[in-house]
Design a protein around this ligand. Structure first.
Ligand SMILES: Cc1cc2nc3c(=O)[nH]c(=O)nc-3n(C[C@H](O)[C@H](O)[C@H](O)COP(=O)(O)O)c2cc1C
Ligand SMILES: CCCCC(=O)C(=O)O
Length: 391
């Protein structure tokens, strides 16, 4: 994608102003506040909350300790935000992060997000715990790429079924999320006694799966409680170790990407297990509170495996400079999470689309004003070493 709002000051401001609607504030904090008005307290806190506050806050504070060092008098009149991910060129560095159970945010949930992703041609990673079945969401994406995020169930036949359904539907890669063998101690959700899955929300992929259904005495439509109980038994497998990846590797020809990698040695283990990529992420501070800020883990993982497998990044991307910093440190692409959830809450597909367009415009302008014309030319030379905490 080149120059979303052109090069002339008037067209840049006209482009930005076009999107300036009272129901979709421009600043992140205002957007989140507006979304909060649209949501129940429980749903808002489910999205906004973490496991405690420490790692969520650290994700943002750490970004501020990396500083761009702009260069002057380079030709930035024609720009390219494109990146190559898993061997395929995409027009922007953004991908849609898998966020589960989106029906608590908007009734059209992942279908609305898929339409927005298609409008901006940003590939979407669909969660296993989605509110619409993976086949329907794939259709809503049109020609835009989709990846399928697997919560690796405690039943090999179900895992194989989900992965093969994703492959048949046209998803181009499988993301295996490793950091959620169980949900963390999340005080906000515990306070509200809130777990939407227990009402059957976010379980469309399971309820439509023949292997899952075969494990039930009655279909979910006839006995929801039993179906939810079965889901909680099969959702995850705490005993799984690196050796088990071989069975998933054998179940599909699609590229496999591990999400939730923070330690360079885990990145090396991923490569040794034949994985095609990793996503450096602390799940937006929702799992191990007190874990390293995700951006602080990125350089170590890139240095360990970045020349051999793809390294993606999420957890704390809010504005253009964040995208640039992650790419400069060596990420091939970045996943956008909570910001699009707020766009979805405020205005469905149109809200998500607008949030993505604004983030791209900011990324384009910040890149250009840093003196870089092609995102592929961002490197650690554009960054100051991180400042010590508290500076
Ligand atoms: C409401 C919500 C639901 C999420 N659900 C999933 C999920 O189903 N699968 C997954 O791999 N990650 C899930 N995540 C984590 C995101 O994919 C991503 O790692 C995180 O949102 C990044 O942090 P940020 O949104 O603060 O940038 C979820 C995050 C949120 C906020
Ligand atoms: C049981 C799946 C949880 C979804 C998720 O990953 C999250 O809420 O962070």
């Amino acid at each position: 994608m080149t120059t979303p709002y052109g090069n002339h000051q008037l067209s840049i401001y006209a482009g930005g102003l076009k999107g300036r609607r009272p129901d979709l504030p421009l600043r992140y904090v205002d957007l989140e506040a507006r979304a909060r008005q649209m949501l129940s307290d429980e749903a808002y806190w489910y999205v906004a909350g973490g496991a405690g506050e420490s790692s969520m806050t650290a994700n943002r504070d750490a970004f501020d300790r990396y500083r761009l060092v702009p260069r002057m008098l380079t030709d930035i009149s024609v720009r390219d935000l494109g990146r190559t991910v898993l061997g395929k060129r995409q027009p922007t560095p953004l991908m849609i992060a898998p966020l589960g159970v989106q029906e608590i945010i908007h009734e059209r949930a992942e279908l609305a997000v898929a339409e927005a992703a298609a409008a901006v041609d940003v590939p979407m990673i669909l969660s296993t715990v989605s509110s619409f079945a993976l086949e329907e969401v794939r259709s809503a994406l049109g020609a835009t790429s989709g990846w399928y995020q697997l919560y690796w169930p405690n039943d090999d036949a179900l895992a194989t079924s989900l992965v093969q359904r994703a492959e048949a539907a046209g998803y181009e890669a499988i993301v295996i999320t490793l950091d959620t063998k169980m949900l963390a101690w999340r005080e906000r959700d515990l306070e509200g006694a809130y777990l939407p899955f227990l009402q059957g929300q976010g379980l469309a992929n399971y309820f439509s799966d023949p292997v899952f259904r075969a494990g039930l005495e009655q279909p979910p439509e006839a006995d929801m409680r039993a179906a939810v109980k079965h889901w909680s038994n099969v959702f995850a497998a705490p005993a799984r170790t690196w050796e088990d990846l071989a069975r998933l590797r054998a179940a599909t020809d699609l590229p496999l990407v591990l999400k939730g990698v923070l330690h360079p040695e885990d990145a090396l283990a991923a490569r040794a297990a034949g994985m095609d990529g990793v996503i450096v992420s602390n799940h937006g501070g929702r799992q191990v509170d007190g874990s390293i800020a995700a951006i602080d883990a990125l350089a170590g993982v890139v240095d360990a495996v970045g020349d051999q497998i793809d390294v993606l990044f999420d957890s704390g991307i809010r504005r253009g400079a964040d995208v640039l910093k992650a790419i400069a440190l060596g990420a091939d692409a970045v996943l956008v999470g909570r910001p699009y959830a707020w766009g979805l809450a405020c205005d469905g597909a149109a809200g998500v689309e607008e949030v993505l367009r604004r983030l791209l415009a900011d990324t384009d302008l910040s890149m250009a004003l840093s003196g870089v014309a092609r995102l592929d030319d961002m490197s650690r030379r554009s960054l100051q070493q991180p400042l010590p905490a508290g500076m």
